[in-house]
Write a protein that binds this ligand. Structure first.
Ligand SMILES: NC(=O)c1ccc[n+]([C@@H]2O[C@H](COP(=O)([O-])OP(=O)(O)OC[C@H]3O[C@@H](n4cnc5c(N)ncnc54)[C@H](OP(=O)(O)O)[C@@H]3O)[C@@H](O)[C@H]2O)c1
Length: 177
């Protein structure tokens, strides 16, 4: 599984239940990476999308503890265990975690690659993910040059999970999970 998110310089990702910024090139980046794939999201992220529907052209999994939760184009799962069971049907390279904070923070360590659009601004977020730069299990694999759009400067940064190298083993070995 991989993860994709846009975060500001404080690792803020959302405000008032919505996104922090509208960056068309980033929306295209998101679409290009996820189209035709399996996407996984929390119920609040789904409800922040237009019409509260799953994304077209993708297999949408939504996590909710509400047994009766249903939404168009979505498959609802009630727990992380159930999610893992479902995701077992797919090639892990075909699965993207798309938010929000509750799911990113719970599941990012299971991801191989983190596609993070890093916006160089404080956008007044009320919802945050962990600071990936402080997690020794990940390293930057690639980073674009700065791009400025709609008055915001950002970079497309890709983090990759480090190979297990003894000293980090205790933190990164999730093979028993
Ligand atoms: N910047 C970005 O790229 C980006 C991407 C996505 C989202 N966002 C933003 O992130 C914010 C939403 O994030 P959030 O953390 O508030 O919500 P969220 O992660 O989208 O959804 C949380 C909900 O998911 C369900 N859930 C979470 N863990 C679960 C578990 N272990 N088992 C079963 N269900 C579980 C629960 O739904 P129930 O309450 O129904 O049980 C929970 O209330 C919004 O502002 C959104 O715009 C930003």
């Amino acid at each position: 599984m991989d993860l994709i998110v846009a975060a500001d310089r404080n690792w803020g990702i959302g405000k008032d239940g919505g996104l922090l910024a509208h960056i068309p090139t980033d929306m295209k980046y998101f679409k290009d990476h996820t189209m035709g794939k399996v996407v996984v999201m929390g119920r609040k992220t789904l409800e922040s999308m237009p019409g509260g529907k799953g994304l077209p052209g993708r297999i949408n999994y939504v996590l909710s503890t509400r047994r009766d939760f249903a939404a168009e184009r979505c498959i609802t799962v009630g727990s992380i265990d159930e999610l893992h069971e479902e995701l077992g049907k797919y090639d892990p390279d075909e699965v993207f975690l798309i938010g929000g904070a509750a799911l990113y923070n719970r599941l990012y360590r299971e991801c191989e690659r983190l596609y993070i659009t890093k916006i160089d601004a404080d956008l007044g977020a009320d919802t945050f993910i962990v600071n990936i730069d402080e997690d020794p299990a990940f390293e930057i694999e690639s980073e674009s040059g700065p791009v400025t759009e709609n008055g915001l400067t950002y970079r497309f940064t890709v983090y990759r999970k480090k190979e297990n190298k003894g000293e980090h083993e205790a933190q990164t070995d999730i093979s028993g999970c």
